[in-house]
Ligand binder design. Structure first.
Ligand SMILES: [Zn+2]
Length: 229
């Protein structure tokens, strides 16, 4: 699968993506600790370092995806588009319940320590929204990990940016651990929804640098193991 105009900013913990759009760059998530220097390095390697960052699209409100969004937007003037149902996360006051209170606790410590800047998105994302970005992206609500957790599907490449629907590594692909999930019971339905799109490839945020087709085959295998496909 060849997708020109797409860079994967690979980090050990959480990766994110940069898309060429209209003479600039739109980010899909904003990375975590060290994310901005990794981004600068990736853009330089691709020869994109002179291009302006014009927009940031978010997949969900967890700190490892939104940490740099407010700061980047303030520095570059980029707009932010983000799932409406995770609004409290961007304001720095998400409510966590059950096991995911562990995540809430970690984020409460992490926000001031890591210099998180709260922000209000310029555009709210809802299920089915079409974004005229890159080769076209459609918001696909895949709830469970968070209430607003959203993937973005590019029809033209049949590529799904699957965010934290699953984590993809050779030999140990898995669902997100329960301490990170708002409603883990909803994730199987979201996986079924993702596979029903019949993607040719998927790109998760937690995974190795494998090709989208390989990530997809791991997701299908995971779904089969769980009796979902
Ligand atoms: Zn997450």
């Amino acid at each position: 699968m060849r997708c020109p105009g797409l860079i994967r900013v690979q980090a050990p913990g959480v990766s994110f993506h940069a898309l060429r759009h209209d003479g600039g760059i739109v980010l899909l998530d904003s990375g975590f600790i060290g994310g901005l220097s990794l981004l600068a390095r990736s853009l330089k390697r691709a020869g994109w370092d002179a291009l302006p960052i014009t927009g940031i699209i978010l997949t969900h409100g967890h700190l490892d995806h939104i940490l740099n969004a407010g700061r980047l937007a303030a520095e570059t003037g980029a707009w932010i588009a983000a799932p409406r149902l995770d609004a409290a996360h961007y304001a720095g006051s998400p409510a966590y319940h059950g096991l995911s209170r562990v995540t809430g606790f970690l984020e409460t410590i992490g926000r001031p320590l890591l210099g998180f800047r709260t922000f209000t998105p310029d555009r709210w994302i809802d299920d089915g929204d079409e974004l005229d970005i890159w080769d076209g992206l459609r918001a696909v609500h895949l709830p469970g990990h968070t209430a607003g957790h959203t993937g973005y599907f590019c029809e033209r490449h049949r590529l799904l940016f699957s965010a934290d629907l699953f984590a993809s590594y050779p030999g140990f692909s898995h669902l997100p651990p329960e301490i990170f999930n708002a409603d883990g019971a909803a994730i199987p339905t979201s996986i079924a929804r993702a596979l029903a799109l019949e993607p040719a490839g998927v790109l998760p945020n937690h995974g190795d640098g494998a090709a989208p087709e390989v990530h997809l085959s791991r997701l299908v295998a995971l779904a089969k193991r769980r009796g979902l496909a």
